[in-house]
Design a protein around this ligand. Structure first.
Ligand code: IPD
Ligand code: CA
Ligand code: CA
Length: 250
């Protein structure tokens, strides 16, 4: 299966269906609750329906943020967030993306994130590298005292704010992980025990391939659970010293 084509074509079709709803009250209407107990907005449903009808003919297993796990007895599992950052989308804040990761058994074989507003396509080819619109990307080397961190802590770890220069909370962790991968941020931290694999799978693959260190709250290599409901903490950084600094503050 040519995963890069499936990912990009699906993203483009989602884009076509959802972009007319950008910043509209309709997009944010609550229409139900998803498998992890979060609100499903109208736009989430529109986007997910596109994804499911695209993937269905492939006969693969699908883990998608709203509907959960669809087991087709396949060796391949696609972990999708049809739109990460749906609050931003409905509110008219232009930071949200399509997130798509493929596993063969438990092994990651492909990851992609498509940022709708900038039309940027990020990919991870495990073992080969990370790419932005086909060109290789790498994390940057942080400068001490000049770090920029994305930061979801629900009041924990506040000492860290004083130890870095910039704090950003952009509201779409998939996008924030690509920013780490391309050297626009130095770290992404979410320690609310809130993110699910659908939020981070592709972003973790892309960040890792770009050279990031991605761990759990204890500083151990983060393992992605291939389901729709487990929640996790994540620390993703471009340098060991930043990981140590964060662990010290936890
Ligand atoms: C959300 C985004 C956000 C994170 C939230 C998620 P959604 O996903 O990833 O960055 O802080 O925890 O729920 O619901 O917009 O797909
Ligand atoms: Ca999400
Ligand atoms: Ca979502």
């Amino acid at each position: 299966i040519p995963w890069n084509e499936v990912a990009l074509e699906t993203a483009r079709e989602v884009e076509k269906e959802v972009m007319p709803l950008f910043g509209t009250p309709k997009a944010g209407e609550a229409i139900g609750e998803n498998v992890s107990g979060d609100v499903t907005k109208y736009v989430d449903k529109v986007a997910e329906d596109v994804v499911l009808s695209r993937l269905q003919p492939l006969g693969v297993n699908v883990v998608s943020e709203e509907i959960g796990f669809i087991d087709n007895g396949s060796n391949y599992t696609v972990i999708v967030d049809p739109i990460d950052g749906s609050y931003n989308f409905a509110a008219g804040i232009p930071i949200f993306a399509f997130s798509f990761a493929v596993f063969k058994g438990r092994k990651p074989i492909y990851g992609a994130i498509y940022e709708f507003v900038t039309k940027t396509f990020y990919e991870a080819l495990p073992g080969e590298g990370a790419y932005m619109d086909g060109k290789p990307i790498r994390v940057r080397k942080p400068e001490r005292g000049k770090e920029a961190l994305s930061f979801y802590t629900r009041g924990r770890c506040l000492g860290l704010i004083e130890r870095v220069k910039r704090v950003r909370v952009l509201g779409a962790i998939a996008v924030e992980l690509t920013y780490l991968a391309k050297g626009a941020l130095d770290g992404v931290l979410d320690i609310r025990n809130y993110v699910r694999t659908t939020d981070i799978a592709a972003g973790v693959l892309i960040a890792r391939e770009a050279g990031a260190i991605v761990t759990d709250e204890a500083g151990r290599e983060l393992e992605l659970r291939l389901d729709a409901t487990s929640k996790t903490n994540i620390i993703a950084v471009n340098d060991r010293y930043l990981l140590d600094m964060i662990l010290e503050e936890l």
